[in-house]
Design a protein around this ligand. Structure first.
Ligand SMILES: *Cc1c(COP(=O)(O)O)cnc(C)c1O
Length: 226
């Protein structure tokens, strides 16, 4: 087995053990392999090891890889910052976007999603800390954006996402993911049909799984340092 296959195997086992440990249903956490800055050849090795979901941050880089790997049934997720001039490329090349944070972005993605593709799966990015400038909608705006999303026919609202808090302290990591999970439950209670909580990276996926994550976005622990 090559190194990526070994790491993938270890990650799957660790995620399964964490599901059990934190009383989560078996298989409820999906692994999204974050392949930014990895070559198309490396993505292909990960595919050969059994990885099917890949996350990319930079449109140009991603588009090149997607073209080179079009022979593989990969599900591509856009997880990077979504500038307005990037929405078209994202709508044309990806199955999911995790970083939607405004009404305007929902409208553009809906208008630009090609008719021959299924609706684009959407996670709203939440800004959990006022003053954090890494993007995301404020909590008070989430319901309005979710509402717009469910009314747009070329989009399918799936859930919420947040970036990791910049801390090694497991309690602080869990506090942030707990807050995100509360937002998620509040929207579900309002009737939004959510099934995805995109939370946790190499750095903090254990805390995220403890607090309800259903999709961990893992780069370094699978591919090694970038
Ligand atoms: C790069 C990135 C990740 C993966 O980070 P690792 O620490 O390498 O696991 C996850 N989510 C987002 C939004 C990223 O940009």
């Amino acid at each position: 087995m090559n190194e990526i296959a070994q790491r993938f195997d270890r990650l799957k086992k660790h995620i399964a053990a964490l599901e059990t440990h934190h009383s989560r249903p078996a298989g409820c956490v999906t692994l999204l392999a974050v392949s930014k800055k990895q070559s198309a050849g490396t993505v292909r090795s990960a595919f050969d090891a059994g990885v099917r979901l890949f996350g990319e941050n930079y449109l140009q880089e991603a588009r090149d890889k997607i073209l080179q790997l079009h022979d593989l049934p990969i599900e591509w997720h856009f997880i990077g910052q979504l500038q307005s001039n990037k929405t078209r490329g994202v709508a044309e090349h990806f199955a999911w976007v995790h970083s939607v944070s405004s009404l305007k972005q929902t409208e553009r993605l809906n208008d630009q999603r090609p008719d021959h593709l299924p609706p684009l799966n959407i996670c709203l990015q939440v800004n959990l800390r006022p003053g954090d400038n890494r993007g995301g909608a404020e909590q008070c705006n989430l319901a309005a954006i979710a509402d717009a999303c469910v009314r747009l026919p070329r989009l399918r609202l799936r859930g919420l996402m947040s970036l990791p808090v910049l801390t090694d302290n497991p309690t602080q990591q869990r506090d942030a993911f707990h807050q995100l999970h509360q937002c998620y439950l509040a929207l579900k209670a309002q009737g939004f049909p959510l099934d995805t909580l995109s939370a946790g990276t190499t750095h903090d996926y254990e805390a995220a799984i403890a607090e309800g994550s259903t999709m961990v976005r893992i780069g370094t622990a699978l591919f090694g340092p970038r």
